[in-house]
Design a protein around this ligand. Structure first.
Ligand code: TYM
Length: 333
C-alpha cells in the first residue's frame, strides 16, 4: 500500500492555513483504505525556531488535540511524536554525512535568514544555527524512514520534498536501494492561504487566524482581515482578496461561484466578512468542542501518541537496521 506521511512543526497554535494546506487533505486521504497514513508532531523541528520549552510543550498538545478533534482515526493512521522515534535522529546523522552542503545552501529558509542579516549589515551567519541549516535533512529522514510515497503539504514545502528526493537518490546510488522517492501532494485549488495582513498566513508573521478560537474571537479576527478601501456597491476583485480566498477554501464550488458574483456586484466588506464568519464557524464549531475536551485531558492524548510511537517504530527500527548495515555500522559477524 502506498504510504502518505506529513508533519506539522509544534511552534504556535494551529491556524486556518495548516488546516486547509495540510490537516484537512491528510485526514481525507487517511480515510482511503488503499493507502497507509503516518502523521506526526514535528517537535524536533520546533527546536529550530523556538527555545522556550513551555511553548514547545503547549504547542505539541494543541496540535495533537487538533488532529484528534478534526476526526483523525488513530486506529487507521499512525499518529506519533517525532521525538519519540530515535531512529529519525540517527538517520539524520547518516544522511548528513551524505547530503551535499551545496544543496543545503540553496534551502529557502536558510537563504532568507542570510538575506535578513545581509540587509541589516550583519555577519551573514549571525544567529543562524546548525539546526536551521540541517532542517531539510531532518525532514528527509522523517519521510525516508517510513518509505513514504506521498507527502501532502502546502506549496512552501515543495523545495524540501525535492531535497528529500535528491538525498534519497544519492543514498540509494552510493549504498543500497533502501529509500522510496517521495512526492509532494499539493491541493491544486488551494493556494497558500493568506493571513490578516495579506502575506502568507504564518506563525512567524503573527498574522494567523487560529483554528479553534472561541466564537467571539473568531469574529474579531475575521473582521481584522485587511481589505482595500472600496465602498459598498463598488465591484471588488475576488482575485486579490484574502476574504474571498478563505471563503473559497471553505465553501462548496457553488457557494464560491455565488460569492464571486456578490463581489462583482459590490458586496460591502462588512457583509462579506459576516458571511465568512458564519461559514468558517459552522465548519469548525463541533470540532472546537471536541478540542476543548481533549485539551482538558492530556493523559488521553499522551496514550494515543505512545501507541502511535510503538506502531511507527515497528517500521522505522527494521529500516534503520538496514541503513546501518548498508553504511557499515552493524554488529560484526
Ligand atoms: P509547518 O509546521 O510550517 O506547516 C505545516 C503544514 O501546513 C502548511 N501550511 C500552509 N498551507 C497553506 N497555507 C498556509 N498559509 C500554510 N502555512 C502552513 C505547510 O505547507 C505544511 O504542510 N517542515 C514542515 C513540517 C515537517 C514535515 C516533515 C512535513 C517536518 N517534517 C515531513 C512533511 C513531511 C513545516 O515546518 O510545516
Amino acid at each position: 500500500k502506498p504510504r502518505v506521511l506529513t508533519g506539522i512543526t509544534t511552534t504556535g497554535t494551529p491556524h486556518l492555513g495548516n488546516f486547509v494546506g495540510a490537516i484537512r487533505p491528510s485526514i481525507a486521504a487517511s480515510r482511503d483504505d488503499s493507502t497507509e497514513s503516518f502523521f506526526f508532531l514535528a517537535d524536533l523541528h520546533a527546536l529550530i525556531k523556538c527555545q522556550d520549552p513551555s511553548l514547545v510543550r503547549q504547542s505539541s498538545k494543541e496540535i495533537a488535540a487538533t488532529w484528534l478533534a478534526l476526526g483523525l482515526d488513530t486506529e487507521r493512521a499512525v499518529f506519533y511524536r517525532q521525538s519519540d522515534i530515535p531512529e529519525i535522529t540517527e538517520l539524520t546523522w547518516v544522511l548528513c554525512c551524505n547530503a551535499a552542503k551545496g544543496l543545503m545552501n540553496r534551502a529557502h529558509a536558510y537563504k532568507a535568514a542570510v538575506q535578513v542579516n545581509e540587509e541589516a549589515g550583519e555577519d551573514p551567519d549571525y544567529g543562524i544555527t546548525m539546526g536551521l541549516f540541517n532542517y531539510p535533512i531532518l525532514m528527509a529522514a522523517d519521510i525516508l524512514l517510513f518509505n513514504a510515497q506521498r507527502v501532502p503539504v502546502g506549496r512552501d514545502q515543495i523545495q524540501h520534498l525535492e531535497m528529500a528526493r535528491d538525498i534519497a537518490q544519492r543514498f540509494n546510488h552510493n549504498f543500497a536501494e533502501l529509500f522510496t522517492l517521495p512526492e509532494a501532494i499539493v491541493e491544486e485549488h488551494v493556494a497558500v492561504l493568506q493571513g490578516l495582513d495579506g502575506r502568507k498566513m504564518s506563525k512567524s508573521y503573527s498574522n494567523t487566524i487560529p483554528l479553534f478560537l472561541p466564537e467571539k474571537q473568531l469574529r474579531k479576527h475575521i473582521n481584522k482581515i485587511k481589505t482595500n478601501l472600496q465602498e459598498p456597491g463598488e465591484p471588488k476583485d475576488p482575485a486579490d482578496s484574502t476574504v474571498f480566498q478563505i471563503w473559497a477554501a471553505f465553501a462548496s464550488a457553488g457557494e464560491t461561484a455565488r460569492m464571486r458574483r456578490e463581489f462583482e456586484a459590490g458586496i460591502a466588506w462588512g457583509e462579506a466578512k459576516r458571511q465568512l464568519f458564519e461559514l468558517v464557524n459552522g465548519e469548525l464549531a463541533a470540532a472546537r468542542e471536541r478540542y476543548q475536551e481533549l485539551m482538558a485531558n492530556p493523559g488521553h492524548i499522551e496514550q494515543v501518541l505512545q501507541r502511535g510511537a510503538e506502531r511507527a517504530r515497528s517500521i522505522s527500527a527494521p529500516l534503520l537496521r538496514q541503513v546501518r548495515e548498508a553504511v557499515g555500522i552493524s554488529p560484526m559477524s
